[in-house]
Every structure is written in C-alpha cells, then in structure tokens.
Design a protein around this ligand. Sequence first.
Ligand code: NAP
Length: 430
Amino acid sequence: LASERPVNVALLGAGTVGAEVGRVLIEKRDVYGRQLGRPLNVAGVVVRDTSKPREGIDAGLLTTDAAGLLDDPEVDIVVELLGVEQPAVDWMKQAMSNGKHVVTANKEVMAKHGPQLLALARENAVNLLFEASVGGGIPIIAPLRRDLLANDVSAISAIINGTTNYILTAMTREGADFADALKRAQELGYAEPDPANDVEGEDARYKLAILASLAFHAPVQRDDIYREGITKLTARDFRYAAELGYAIKLLALASRVDGGIQARVHPVLLPADAPLAKVDGVLNAIQVEGDLIGRVNFQGPGAGFPTTSAVIADVLAAAQSVIGGRPSAYVSEDAPANLVPMAELITRYYIRLTVVDQPGVLAQIAKLLGDAKISIASVIQKETHEASNTAELVIMTHEAREASVQDALKAVEKLPEVQEIGNFIRVEEQ
Ligand SMILES: NC(=O)c1ccc[n+]([C@@H]2O[C@H](COP(=O)([O-])OP(=O)(O)OC[C@H]3O[C@@H](n4cnc5c(N)ncnc54)[C@H](OP(=O)(O)O)[C@@H]3O)[C@@H](O)[C@H]2O)c1
C-alpha cells in the first residue's frame, strides 16, 4: 500500500548529537515503528566528511548532498543538527518550502530566526519542532506550546546553562575561585576550551529569547535581553551570601511588568531554600508561573545524551503528523504490562515496635528476621515506659523481600515480649 510506505527522516549533521540521534533511530527502529504503526526510516545523513565513521550509522547513508535529500519527495522529516547558523537556516527553509516537517536543536537559529521560521512552517502547514534547543532533554518547549497554553504566563526563571551552574556549584561547595572552578570544568569536559559563550551568559540569553518568545507570544530579541556573566564572582561573594542565607545562581529571567516584558541574564542571590537554589551541577531547571497553574518546575539534564530524547520525541511527533489522525499516546493492547506482585518488592524497611523492656528481646527479634534473610542496618531504642516496663524499638533493615518481611513480622508479633508492631514503613532512597 502506498500509504504504508515508511516515514522517511533525513538527518543534517552527525556530530555529538546527530550521530547519537541517528544511532538510536536505527537501533530502536522496531520499537518506534510499532509505536507509530508505520516504519520509521533514516533515509540519509548529511555530513561534511563522509569518510569519518559514525558508530551505528551505515556508511552508505552518509552524504554531502543536502539538496538531494531536501528536494526528495520521499523525505518527510528533516532533522537539523549542524550546530551552525548557516547553512542550517537556508536548509530548514528549503525543507519547509518543500512540505517537510523540521526538527532542530539549534538555539542560535531559533533565537535569531525563530519567529520567521515559525511563520514559514505555518504557511507550509508543517511542524517546526525545537524541544532540544533549550534545556537538553527537559521537556519545556512542548509544554509551553501546548500544556501551558491556557495560561497567561507572568514569569519564567531558569537555570539553562549547565557549564555555569557547574562552576557556581563548585564555587559554593569548595570555596573555589572562578578561575579554578572553570579550569576543572574544562578538564571534565563541562566547559569548552573557549568558555566565553557560556560564562558571559550569551548561551543563556539565546535560550531565554526562545522561551520568552513562546511564553509571551511575541518575538523577544536576544539583543534586547540584559546580560551579565559570572566571571566577576569571587569565593568571598559565596561565603558572604551563604552567611546571609542565600545561594548564588546565574538565572535567566523574563517577566511581565508594567509597561512590557523584562528579560535579563545575570547572577542573583537566591534564598537558599528556593527550589532553583538547590539545582546543582550540570542540571538545568525552568520555572514557569501562569495565572491558572501557579508555579510549575521542569528539571533535568540540560545537555549531552539526554538531548537525543528530546530530538527523537520531536521526530516521533512529526511522524505522527505525517501519518495523520493517530493519537500520540501509545498503549499497546497486545503486550501485557506484567505487573510484579507487591510480595516481590525489594526495598529497605523501617519497623517500629513496642516490646517488654528486658534483656534478650532484641536478640529474639533479630533471629526471626535473620532466619527470613532480613539483615538489620540499625536499631535504636526510643522511650522506655517505666510504668508498663516497655520500650520502643526502631529497626532499619537492609534491602529485603516484602513477602519475607511480612512473614517475619507475623512471627515477631507472636513473641510474648512483643506488645505491638507500631508501624512498618518502606524506605525509598532516591
Ligand atoms: N551537544 C549538546 O549537548 C547539545 C545540547 C542541546 C542542543 N545542542 C545543539 O545541537 C546542535 C548540534 O550540536 P553538536 O554538538 O552535535 O554539533 P557538532 O558536534 O559540531 O556536529 C555538527 C555536525 O554537522 C555537520 N556539519 C556542519 N556543517 C556542515 C555543512 N556545512 N555541511 C554538512 N555538514 C555539516 C558536521 O559534519 P562533520 O562531522 O563531517 O564535520 C557534524 O556532523 C547544535 O545546534 C547544538 O547547539 C547540542
């Protein structure tokens, strides 16, 4: 059937992100095909150097002929992962003019040309999706475009540059100076050899331009956003801030104020118990305030491999548009979920019991637990009631099987020295 032909995807770029996206699309082809009800096929991958091997991507797919793919009527979706402004913009325009959906991770392109490209997408009735352009793997663009659309957004506060957040976290924790923290970030690959774009707040400014434009439904230009980087911060600032009860973070802020929109990127003192003050290391977080929802937080890894998650989600959404009319939720009725019985849960337990206050009781309880292969991590004896000659014990176990714990507790309860099992609570270490 002609309508059952695969959905064809062309990749522009196979660098850090592109090669991963290509590899995963190929590796998980069957899974995605099942989700869509139609095969999802990588039709070609545009690179500069076709002789360089790309793991998981057949060399036969590599090409330097972008036009060949952009003008191919069989190609449905173009994924732009070039990491440069040009030819990315021209190729995206060409793809959309040819009726193809476009997915991009390019913050520079979306910050500078977003409104114009979105208009072109609308004109050509195609999708332009750019989830990975802000916050790496964190879903934030789709929520702003869809889930939060009923709101009047009043403010966005975001940590959207992992490099600077890593440096600031190191300065906070170790009392390091900026230069030392930067050097270490570079050694660990969290900062580029030329870090200016990140540490001067330029990268965050691109991303804020994208977020603010979507949130306020009006083009917010990068150059209109006030910007200050983190290079002037010293170890002393962090010490004094901590003494005053504050953390120092580089925030990207946009809000509606009297007379318009205020947008700025600069270091701020943030109350130490504020949610964003606790976002550490290379994590990103975006907080959105809307009239209906109140405050909502999105948090997660802002770069690296998780970016692939965002790019492929966009590819799948575009593929759904190609196929048309199919619901995006995927719950297969053919494959049972196989829920594992509660009895097979393995976790740690907190057990509180009231026992007669006499020697040897704990040993008896420990034996019953031991017989059931439940090992005790710690025991504390709480209040002793002299009148009733009882004591309260709190036992923390190591990991054990739920069924064993339930059985052992039944045996423990039968001990004449045990008055009651006050409670047992499962422990979740996260
Ligand atoms: N890295 C991340 O964690 C991350 C996170 C979020 C978003 N992003 C965004 O993702 C995009 C891609 O980043 P990246 O780190 O993957 O970039 P990259 O490693 O520099 O890869 C760029 C790729 O594009 C190809 N390319 C560049 N110019 C070309 C041209 N004129 N013709 C043909 N091919 C060309 C390169 O080909 P060759 O390999 O042959 O040189 C390379 O495969 C960027 O927009 C970036 O901002 C990255």
